[in-house]
Design a protein around this ligand. Structure first.
Ligand code: GLU
Length: 319
């Protein structure tokens, strides 16, 4: 009797030890031809390098984008997500589509690289200016994506009229280049880091142009940028995509790695160390990281840092 009790007790002790041996974490990203997906892959690769020590393994999931990721981090369906800083800010503060649904448990690990709202058009569409999209078939983004959230706001708060479009399409990011090539749409909006294979693919199959979105060309933009300080102007350099031989000015955000306040310090630390302790190698994994520094990872926070992220930035003397 005593012996079997002892065995039962040791089994009880042994089971949790086995279950906790390897912890699996998932990062929600975006369409596979964007920059979130390879970024999730780059982070996971670094996390997995230390798996013998940390017992943490990382997987990437392709998703609808920022809004989906933030909501899934809230519900616990995803451990981590990449999201636009405007979406992160609005979610944390309960603004825009998150009105009445503030995500007070949303936490930032780091803001990774800049993304710019990019209007890609067919050269033969006749669109030369942002206002020319009126009367055209434009992809404004799939529900759940970050670009959809940003373009909805732009249509609502500037002189750009959504009802003035011939068609407002909701294709997913990965479907946009084919739709442009096949002539099903005249242009698409994409909030994305550069260069991205999505736009390279479009540029390599059809003559494209990128259109400026500036205060000079879009009445109401000055006020819009003032009202939403998380947007900042930036430049897509010329010759980044075939046939686009001019710089393109537009506004953008930061691609941000977020999690839930409930995520353990141990897991957050493993992800922080994966990126920061291998920073030079990480930077080489995508050209969109060209200008990032350890310090720039703290610029444009839309939600507070997770305590373990804060502690690690402090330990490294960056904060
Ligand atoms: N910014 C886009 C979004 O939030 C995703 C861009 C990407 O996948 O690189 O949906």
């Amino acid at each position: 009797m005593r012996k079997s009790l002892l065995i039962a007790a040791s089994v009880l002790v042994a089971i949790p030890a086995v279950v906790s041996a390897t912890q699996f974490i998932t990062i929600g990203t975006g369409g596979v031809t964007g920059v979130y997906y390879p970024t999730g892959g780059a982070i996971c690769r670094m996390v997995d390098k230390s798996k013998a020590k940390t017992h943490i393994r990382c997987a990437v999931q392709s998703t609808a984008g920022s809004v989906f990721n933030v909501n899934s981090v809230k519900s616990g369906d995803l451990d981590f997500g990449i999201a636009q800083s405007d979406v992160v800010y609005q979610a944390y503060h309960g603004q825009g589509i998150f009105k009445g649904k503030a995500h007070k448990n949303l936490r930032t690990l780091m803001t990774i690289y800049p993304e710019l709202l990019t209007l890609v058009v067919r050269k033969d569409s006749g669109i030369k200016n942002i206002k020319d999209i009126e009367g055209k078939r434009i992809n404004i983004g799939n529900p759940g994506s970050g670009q959809r959230n940003s373009t909805d706001l732009l249509f609502k708060e500037t002189s750009l009229s959504k009802s003035g479009l011939k068609e407002a399409k909701e294709l997913k990011a990965a479907e946009m280049p084919d739709a442009l090539k096949d002539g099903h749409i005249d242009g698409y909006f994409y909030m994305v880091g550069h260069p991205t294979s999505n736009i390279k693919d479009a540029a390599n199959s059809v003559d494209i142009d990128l259109i400026n979105i500036t205060s000079k060309t879009l009445p109401g933009l000055t006020k819009f940028l003032k009202k939403h300080p998380y947007y900042a102007m930036g430049t897509i350099p010329k010759d980044m995509y075939k046939g686009v031989d001019h710089d393109t000015r537009t506004f953008g955000v930061k691609a941000t790695l977020v999690t839930n306040a409930k995520t353990s310090d141990k897991v957050v630390l493993a992800v922080m160390k994966a990126v920061l302790d291998n920073f030079a190698a990480f930077k080489k994994l995508h050209p969109a990281y060209k200008n990032i520094t350890k310090k720039s990872l703290l610029e444009g926070l839309g939600a507070p840092l997770h305590p373990a992220a804060k502690a690690y930035f402090k330990k490294l003397g960056i904060l």
